[in-house]
Design a protein around this ligand. Structure first.
Ligand code: GTP
Ligand code: MG
Length: 456
């Protein structure tokens, strides 16, 4: 016990020192469900793992291009109480005879990589010819991200905002039966068992969130753990819902019970997740699933803007002095990324980049001017090749359900235009990546240059 604690302290000491010397990166990959986080993390780990032996595959990452990466290895992760990110499993699936995308994520995991880098001259080179770069990566279900904005809300704030949303035309039709049934629970509660009423209405609210998510395609539903509870399945802490009664009766037993549960959810579920992971990232990739939203249609596309503008203010984008870096790491570099670019031609990728820049620009986040920002369109795992038909038209070639085919996404809204109908995208199989070396991708080396290029 004593020894474990000592080891933990030593590890924390090393972590702090590395962080003080700016060689410890805690990289957060932030994105809603299905945005491509797990595929991107797998690809990043794969590119990094191959960077010493296949530097020519990462020409736009200067450390690799200059052949300065001497060694890359997996190291013991700092937090032993959470799962290790299953890089090997994801890679095995991607490289199988009939390749599969990684499964949707159901829990938190992390992985630590340690890079040994040759110094590039300078006075330190004679004494310390190499230096270490420690990178921690985290994966989690996208739904859990939806809860972070709750931290700044009271039950009344949250309930008001959710009810307003449920009355919007995109949601009202589906929400109506639950809204009607719930409007009167305050009357029942004086005679019935409070717990049973809350449980029943919460179960209905949970079904409603699922329908909105999976049938209508909305992104923005809270609480996120109702959609994907993980170890909280069936736990009473998830039993709460927005309730119109709070407007006129602050003292009722039901209002009090809901306020209490909401506060406990924040304190016991959301705060630890934020405190232990999100507020410790010092570099961040924000995955914006523009294509996924366009594919789900106009409601989802509008919802993506809503989700981004609610989420981004939760993070602190500011530069730290060295002492702040030890105790209060804030995000110093942020890359806004749309992935799955391999579904599009180069011209279409440019359009998505315009959309991305506009979406990020329209959110009111306070990014310190000293914080480096990047916006780019990438493919974590490139599943297509560019090609041309005999008549010269641009196409993409990839595999769908095991069959090779040529395709072209015919409708993609021009930048600034309304999304009229859902964008039809094929569900591509991962590529046949049997060649040795890292997974095929688009522009991951540029992303690595942005995230790590200033470090050595
Ligand atoms: N063509 C293509 N498809 C991708 C790429 N990355 C992800 N996808 C597709 O997007 C799906 C979702 O990707 P994930 O990485 O599982 O998304 P996630 O953000 O981890 O989702 P959750 O775990 O549910 O939060 C995959 O199953 C693929 O179908 C890519 O680079 N290219
Ligand atoms: Mg995932």
């Amino acid at each position: 016990m004593q020894l474990t604690r000592l080891k933990k302290l030593q590890q924390q000491g090393r972590d702090l020192l590395d962080r003080g010397l700016d060689r410890h990166i805690r990289l957060g990959v932030t994105g809603l469900s299905g945005a491509g986080k797990t595929a991107l993390i797998t690809s990043l780990i794969d590119q990094l793992s191959h960077s010493a032996s296949y530097p020519q595959k990462l020409p736009r990452w200067s450390l690799a291009a200059q052949r300065r990466i001497v060694d890359v290895k997996f190291a013991a992760q700092p937090d032993w109480s959470i799962a290790r990110f299953d890089y090997e499993g994801a890679l095995q699936a991607l490289r199988a005879e009939s390749p599969q995308w990684p499964e949707s994520t159901t829990g938190l995991s992390e992985l630590r990589l340690e890079l040994t880098i040759a110094r590039d001259g300078g006075w330190k080179q004679a004494a310390w010819p190499t230096q270490k770069l420690v990178i921690d990566l985290f994966d989690y279900p996208g739904e859990w991200l939806l809860d972070l904005p709750l931290l700044d809300m009271t039950f009344e704030d949250w309930s008001t905002a959710q009810l307003k949303l449920l009355h919007e035309p995109s949601r009202e039709l589906i929400a109506k039966p639950w809204l009607t049934a719930t409007a009167s629970v305050g009357d029942i509660v004086s005679t019935a068992d409070l717990d049973a009423v809350v449980r029943h209405a919460s179960a209905g609210y949970r079904d409603l969130l699922k329908r909105l998510r999976y049938d209508v395609g909305v992104f923005w539903s809270q609480p996120g753990r109702m959609l994907l509870p993980g170890s909280l399945e069936g736990a009473p802490i998830l039993d709460f819902f927005p309730w119109p009664g709070h407007f006129n009766d602050q003292t009722s037993a039901l209002t009090k019970a809901l306020q209490q549960r909401f506060e406990r959810y924040k304190a016991e579920v959301v705060t630890p997740f934020y405190r232990d992971y999100f507020c410790r990232f010092n570099r961040q990739i924000v995955l914006v699933d523009i294509l996924g939203a366009m594919q789900r249609g106009p409601v989802a596309f509008a919802d993506l803007r809503l989700a981004l503008s609610a989420l981004l203010p939760v993070f602190h984008y500011g530069r730290n002095s060295w002492w702040q870096r030890l105790w209060r790491p804030h995000i110093e570099r942020v890359a806004f990324i749309a992935t799955k670019a391999d579904l599009l031609t180069l011209t279409q990728q440019r359009t998505v980049l315009d959309w991305l820049q506009e979406l990020v620009g329209s959110t009111e986040i306070d990014v310190d001017s000293a914080v480096a920002q990047m916006q780019q369109v990438v493919a974590a795992v490139r599943a297509t090749e560019y090609g041309h038909l005999a008549d010269g038209r641009e196409v993409l070639r990839g595999s769908v359900d095991g069959t090779q085919r040529a395709f072209h996404v015919d409708y993609l809204p021009a930048f600034g235009a309304q999304l009229a109908t859902p964008v039809a995208l094929p569900k591509l199989d991962p590529p046949d990546a049997n060649e040795p070396g890292p997974l095929p991708n688009l522009r991951i080396d540029q992303l690595l240059e942005f995230l790590l290029g200033d470090l050595a």
